[in-house]
Design a protein around this ligand. Structure first.
Ligand SMILES: Cc1cc2nc3c(=O)[nH]c(=O)nc-3n(C[C@H](O)[C@H](O)[C@H](O)COP(=O)(O)O)c2cc1C
Length: 186
């Protein structure tokens, strides 16, 4: 069965990202079209990129944290990136985690759940540019959660009811493309 990793893109203590990712995961796991798993960047304790050989030049990796991250990411057919917006881009933690690997990301699909003052839209645009280089096919639908309208006091996550349908559309597209790209990786 197609496997989709829902990646929490913030590692900040007190982050909003965890509630957003859990909400996304709760919606996803009601579906029966794929296996969904929450992946918390904070669990991997990745330092600032520290491999001597660029990942696009291939393995072996020299560090246990790289090997653990590689094994987890390689196990999926597609991803949902739950991203905050930091200074009009994705988080440094997520960019760093993307930089660590290459082949593990290639020829897979991804969708986005962004959050920020403008729904994290600039962070998602930034991610789309990065994913092109990693050969990840990014779907059109994206979830844009507003800190003002989908959170109370910018910190208690209370998504507006219409947001759930957008998660569904985004997942439809991620699952379809993740399945289609499997044949390319064989
Ligand atoms: C360093 C930093 C920079 C930020 N820059 C932006 C920004 O450019 N645009 C925006 O909409 N929100 C910005 N914010 C607000 C974040 O989107 C908001 O705090 C969000 O909850 C961060 O995600 P997190 O709580 O999961 O870490 C910024 C927050 C931080 C900590």
């Amino acid at each position: 069965m197609t496997k989709i990793g829902i990646i929490i893109g913030s590692t900040r203590p007190g982050r909003n990202g965890e509630a957003v990712a859990r909400w996304t995961y709760d919606i996803a796991k009601k579906r029966n079209d794929a296996e969904y798993e929450l992946v918390d960047l904070a669990d991997f304790n990745l330092p600032i990129y520290d491999e001597p050989i660029p990942p696009a030049m291939g393995q072996p990796y020299s560090k246990p944290h790289t090997k653990a991250w590689s094994e987890k990411i390689a196990s999926f057919d597609g991803y949902v990136f739950v991203t905050p917006e930091y200074n009009h881009a994705t988080s440094g933690a997520l960019k760093n985690a993307l930089d660590f690997l290459f082949q593990e990301w290639n020829n897979k699909a991804a969708g986005f759940v962004g959050y920020g003052s403008l729904g994290g839209s600039r962070a998602v645009e930034n991610l789309r540019l990065i994913l092109g280089e990693l050969m990840i096919a990014d779907v059109r639908a994206q979830v844009a959660l507003s800190l003002r309208d989908d959170f109370e006091n910018y910190s208690v996550f209370k998504p507006q009811p219409h947001q759930e349908a957008t998660v569904g559309t985004m997942l439809d597209q991620v699952v379809a493309w993740s399945g289609a790209l499997q044949s390319l990786r064989k």
